[in-house]
Structures are given as structure tokens and as C-alpha cells.
Design a protein around this ligand. Sequence first.
Ligand code: CMP
Length: 143
Amino acid sequence: ETEKTLAIIKPDGVSGNYTNSIKETILDHGFKITEELFIQLDEDHVKSFYAEHSSRSFFPSLVEYMASGPVLIMVLEKGNAIADWRALIGPTDPLKAKVTHPYSVRAICGLDLQKNCVHGSDSPQSAAQEITFFVERTSSGHY
Ligand code: CMP
């Protein structure tokens, strides 16, 4: 049964010119890209998107980074999309991913624990929330 997840190519991924190769990887793995949104987020959008991390010491820096340049937001669809996209991107820290998951997207494209190139929803609940946050809100003009 088909499932949706939210993928983001973060500012370092966009500026590092990884967009086309990441999209190719996504399609090669059987996902459909059903929505695409190329946007520059402002700090308030990032703060509410990452609200669950608001008490962490890295939060201010994360907010600044995610608002530092355009991102590509995509909805990916296929069976088991949430877990499969998380598996494809690899561990949060690209430096660890290079050792343990050398063919993962973050191992190949990520720079460090913060500039880790891509995002993926971590559960069905967050996928639904994140898709609503970006796609449904933006396309209805309430952004
Ligand atoms: P993501 O999986 O999109 O979700 C939260 C983001 O915060 C994460 O990717 C990284 O970009 C960033 N992040 C997570 N942990 C840390 C950390 N310890 N230090 C700096 N940034 C982090």
C-alpha cells in the first residue's frame, strides 16, 4: 500500500549541486515525486517546522542554516516510503555515515552533523504533519 513521506534537499545540498543526482537516486529506488516546492524558508518557518528541537543547543544554528538559502521540498510516494527514504539517506551525521553507510545520500552529499544535505520524515505521524505543514499550507496560500 502506497505511503507518502516528506523529503527536503537542504541549503548545502542545493548549493552543492546535488539536486539532480539525488532526484535520480529517488526515482531509481522506485519512489514517485508527487509534489515539488523550491523555496527559500524564513526563520519563522524553520522554527515551527523544527519546533520539536527548540530546546536543543543546536537549534539557533539549525534555524539560521535552514534559512540560509533555497531548499527543495518533495513529497515521495511508494510502498514503505517513510522507512525506505530514511534508509536511503543514512544516519544523521554524514561523517559517521561515510563509515557505516558509504552509499547513503548523507555519506555522499552531506558535510557535517548539521549540514547533512537531506531531511526525511521519521514516522507516519511526522510525515503527515510535515506534508501538511509545507505542501497543503503553501499551495492554499496560507504561508
Ligand atoms: P534532520 O534529520 O533534518 O532533523 C534535525 C536536524 O538538526 C538534523 O537533520 C540536522 O541538520 C540538525 N542536527 C541534529 N543533531 C544535531 C547536532 N547535534 N548538532 C547540530 N545539528 C544537528
